[in-house]
Design a protein around this ligand. Structure first.
Ligand SMILES: Cc1ncc(COP(=O)(O)O)c(C=O)c1O
Length: 375
């Protein structure tokens, strides 16, 4: 285990606990800026950390554009005066009025959201027009992930043209998240990224022929953005990785050699709680403390300071492992673990213990884990 992760006084930390390594977070942010070529090309997704203090570190690094998935995440960003926040999500039902409240409550922040449906666009426009306002919207494109968005063809062109005519809406750009493009091989990711770029560039040209203006095109998560940073050097493209800031095993450098400058900045501190016979050890690291995805228990977490082990099972508050060294471990001994998927893991914790030089220096609230902050 890298000694930089070890706490000098772990006895003050209850378990299971989330640990954030402040210096490592700062280094991951700096590396992302480096890969992107400049802070102005980044629009990181806040969903990974949901924490104002991490957002402030990004703003201090010159990152002024942010992406969110929920109204609460957007509010948390506005609370730290982030100037430009895209809620990369379709806004429907009562969330339309919540977006309206956000805009009223935080005039220093320019909010925007995604649109992929004319009926939703009409409702959104009517709401803002009735208040004498308009909201910035990005056309959401399905570039292969098949989750949200419409295909980047004539239908997208028609929808963009319709958006231009709806009072209360201000269409500013295109959004295409290609989460499906996560092949380990850089060549394969580059091949898919070129296809996505072609789709977006062609649509941009078609839209511009109608006289409309595309101010920005947003694409890419952690495995894709280093590829886009090289392929799409035009500043119109914003890159929107999220996971990089805390990083995890899922995007680890064993799988993705081009991500090797990022290191895990969030660990879990767990303790041995029982020896239930044989070579088994039970830890207080259930799936209410580490995300239950991806897949079955052995895939969810990697233990750093246990050399030879197999994960046998996991319940809500228990993780059972088998190790030939079981007898060496005492109840209460500390084990450090890296989550496979850090984003949903962070959302399971109320706060993170912030570590610097082996000492806990603060507790940072994971405030946007709540579905509602005030709005
Ligand atoms: C719309 C959108 N943009 C960006 C990201 C960030 O991707 P990653 O977690 O791979 O960095 C995500 C991740 O879920 C996303 O859904």
């Amino acid at each position: 285990m890298n000694p930089a992760y070890e706490l000098k006084h772990p006895d003050s930390v209850f378990s299971p606990s989330l640990l954030f390594y402040r210096d490592r977070i700062i280094q991951n942010i700096a590396h992302a800026v480096d890969l992107a070529g400049s802070a102005s090309r980044l629009r990181p997704h806040v969903k990974t950390h949901k924490c104002s203090e991490v957002a402030k570190l990004m703003v201090e690094a010159g990152i002024l554009k942010h992406k969110a998935a929920t109204i609460a995440e957007a509010e948390m960003l506005a609370q730290v005066d982030a100037p430009d926040v895209l809620i990369a999500y379709p806004i429907v039902g009562p969330n339309i009025a919540r977006l309206g409240k956000l805009i009223d409550q935080f005039p220093k922040t320019r909010f925007s959201c995604l649109i992929d449906d004319l009926a939703v666009a009409t409702k959104l426009g009517a709401f803002f027009h009735a208040q004498g306002k308009s909201v910035d919207v990005y056309l959401d494109l399905n570039v292969g992930m098949n989750r949200t968005g419409i295909m980047a063809n004539h239908e997208a062109l028609e929808l963009f043209e319709s958006l231009m005519k709806i009072d209360g809406l201000n269409p500013v750009g295109l959004h295409g998240y290609d989460g499906h493009n996560h092949a380990e091989s850089v060549e394969e990711r580059t091949r898919v990224a070129k296809d996505v770029l072609n789709q977006l560039r062609n649509l941009k040209l078609a839209i511009e022929k109608t006289g409309a203006d595309i101010q920005s095109i947003i694409l890419g998560g952690t495995p894709q953005f280093p590829v886009y940073a090289k392929l799409a050097t035009d500043p119109i493209f914003d890159l929107s990785p999220g996971t990089f800031v805390l990083h995890d095993v899922g995007y680890g450098s064993q799988k993705y050699p081009d991500l090797k400058g990022f290191e895990p900045a969030a660990l879990l501190l767990t303790r041995v709680i029982s020896h239930p016979g044989g070579n088994r050890l039970t830890l207080d690291l259930g799936h209410k403390a580490v995300a239950a995805d991806p897949g079955p228990a052995p895939k969810r977490v990697t233990l750093l300071n246990v050399e030879d082990y197999t994960i046998l099972s996991q319940n809500e508050e228990h993780l059972v492992i088998e190790t030939p060294d079981a007898a060496k471990w005492q109840a209460g001994d500390v084990i450090y673990a890296v989550p496979s998927h850090v984003c949903p893991t962070v959302a399971l914790h109320q706060f993170a213990n912030v570590v610097q030089d082996g000492e806990i220096i603060a507790e940072w609230a994971i405030s946007a884990r709540n579905r509602r902050i005030t709005v």
